[in-house]
Design a protein around this ligand. Structure first.
Ligand code: NAD
Length: 485
């Protein structure tokens, strides 16, 4: 596919390309351009005109066009989800749910933006009785959305639909390995009425062009979902021009199982939460913190459940575990498992790469709270490190002993204990009666600590994509006639 700059499909200025492979088979699928600095400048320049056109478009009109985008995604659901599965190895049932979610996101922001009101201030401060102050949410200008590989469409359009809904021009920089479905949806947006200088897509290596976007003049906000390492790099560059920032970053989410939990439910939540997207989910449970009295039962039941999994082609409707994104990702998970074993853990199930990009569901026991996997090593694969605890306080200490704080899960039948645990765990959200692998499009989603800053969701992204301007009508309530002036 080609980049989408200023209403045209274009190659890179120097014609350089990057191959896109089928993750599951490693077969060649397509290429995308490797953008040059000139290409990025062209997109930023076009966006300056785009932000004016779109910012001046009435709200109801923008929302109508976003609804058309949602309808176009619905009509193309089958081809989009097949493309998504092919370019990333995500199982087809999950790809369908993800693309469908992208359509819902467009609808959600279109509706919310129609009713995104400003405020009128009271006359509380003495001396302000004759003034009226009201506020309006105005677009920021140009928003660059830099997005990851793991939920490429959902996470990208959470940003894009919100930014567009409130009148910004948008430049998308999708993940390098699997940009195609994001680009196809952007084409559908053009066909639905979003102008070609309002929504653009540039492709290439993040370190090169992502950084250019973060540093460039003419971009008012960077909204990034990606690793913490990249988030720090983007923030460092973006601050030089005082860009607004939203950062949705990495995690090492705890899943705490107390001895009084419904053990079958805890196992089902652990397995579905960890295996979704083959473990490549920012909020999947990555540390299984289990009370020692039920550790054997929990571990055995998890393994029983893993043995029943249906492996196979991600395109088959009944496959339950797909491939990882690429060969490097599978090797990285292998290194992380071997590193944890070298630190003293035991690999009692799985532990190997198969068919180049697949990783066996893997169970590690004897993991202690000091090991890297229990602290700051984010494993993006189907790996279950089991960490035992004896007391409530110890469970909380282990859960919080990480630089990350994205989401968490707590399993217990004691609702008071669940709420107390949730209030003590430092995270953006805590799921009670489930794993932290949960996202509702309305929820204020986001992390604390090194997991990022800002919140995304239909309830809150519009505020992050606008600035609230005060209009001050000074002395507007003075009765000029009675004053005789
Ligand atoms: P990544 O950080 O490698 O890449 C994310 C995006 O940033 C890509 O488009 C990439 O090309 C670009 N990029 C890379 N280097 C850059 C740089 N120096 N400057 C600007 N852009 C750059 O992440 P990934 O491997 O695609 O995704 C996995 C990571 O994302 C995990 O750490 C995961 O936890 C995190 N993630 C977080 C959330 C969340 O909502 N908090 C959601 C999904 C994924």
């Amino acid at each position: 596919m080609k980049m989408m700059i200023d209403g045209m499909h274009v190659d890179a200025k120097d014609k350089a390309t990057i191959p896109v492979l089928n993750s599951a088979t490693q077969e060649f699928l397509d290429t995308v351009p490797a953008a040059t600095p000139e290409d990025i400048s062209a997109a930023i320049e076009a966006a300056q005109a785009g932000k004016k056109i779109w910012g001046d478009t009435p709200q109801y009109k923008r929302s109508e066009i976003l609804i058309k985008c949602a309808e176009a995604i619905d009509r193309n659901l089958d081809s989009l989800c097949r493309l998504l599965t092919t370019e990333m190895g995500k199982i087809i049932t999950e790809a369908r749910a993800e693309v469908d979610c992208a359509a819902q996101i467009f609808r959600g922001f279109a509706e919310m933006a129609n009713h995104f009101y400003g405020q009128t201030m009271s006359e509380f401060q003495k001396g302000s009785e004759t003034d009226i102050i009201f506020t309006r949410h105005e677009p920021l200008g140009v928003v660059a959305c830099i997005t990851p590989f793991n939920y490429p469409t959902e996470l990208c359009y959470h940003k894009v639909a919100a930014a567009l809904a409130v009148g910004n021009a948008v430049i998308i920089k999708p993940a390098t390995d699997n940009p195609l479905t994001v680009m196809r949806i952007a084409e559908l947006c053009w066909e639905s009425g979003i102008p070609g200088n309002v929504l653009q897509v540039v492709t290439g290596q993040g370190q090169k062009i992502g950084r250019l976007l973060a540093s460039a003049q003419g971009i008012d906000k960077i909204s990034l979902t990606g690793s913490t390492e990249v988030g720090v790099d983007v923030a460092t560059h973006a601050v030089q021009t005082m860009k607004r920032l939203s950062l949705e970053l990495g995690g090492n989410d705890p899943f705490v199982v107390f001895e009084d939990a419904d053990m079958d439910l805890a196992v089902a939540e652990a397995v579905s939460g960890r295996l979704k997207n083959a473990g490549q989910t920012c909020v999947s449970p990555k540390r299984f913190i289990v009370q020692n009295t039920v550790m054997n039962e929990f571990t055995e039941k998890v393994i029983d459940s893993l043995k029943k999994l249906k492996l196979g082609s991600p395109l088959s409707e009944d496959t339950q575990l797909g491939s990882l994104i690429n060969i490097k990702a599978a090797q990285r998970v292998l290194e992380q498992v071997e590193h944890t074993v070298a630190q003293g853990a035991k690999c009692i199930y799985g532990g190997k790469v198969y068919d180049q990009t697949y990783f066996q569901p893997t169970v590690l026991t004897g993991v202690t709270k000091e090991m890297d996997v229990a602290v700051d090593m984010e494993v993006f694969g189907p790996v279950f490190p089991m960490i035992g605890f004896d007391t409530f306080e110890e469970a909380i200490e282990i859960a919080n002993n990480t630089p990350y704080g994205l989401q968490a899960g707590v399993m217990t039948k004691d609702s008071s204990k669940a709420i107390r645990a949730a209030s003590r765990i430092k995270a953006g959200a805590v799921v009670i009666n489930g794993s932290g692998n949960y996202r509702n499009i309305d929820q204020p989603f986001g992390g604390v600590k090194m997991s990022g800053m800002g919140r995304e969701g239909v309830c809150c992204t519009l505020a992050e994509m606008t600035h609230e301007k005060s209009y001050i009508l000074k002395r507007i309530m003075v009765d000029n006639e009675s004053c005789g002036s």
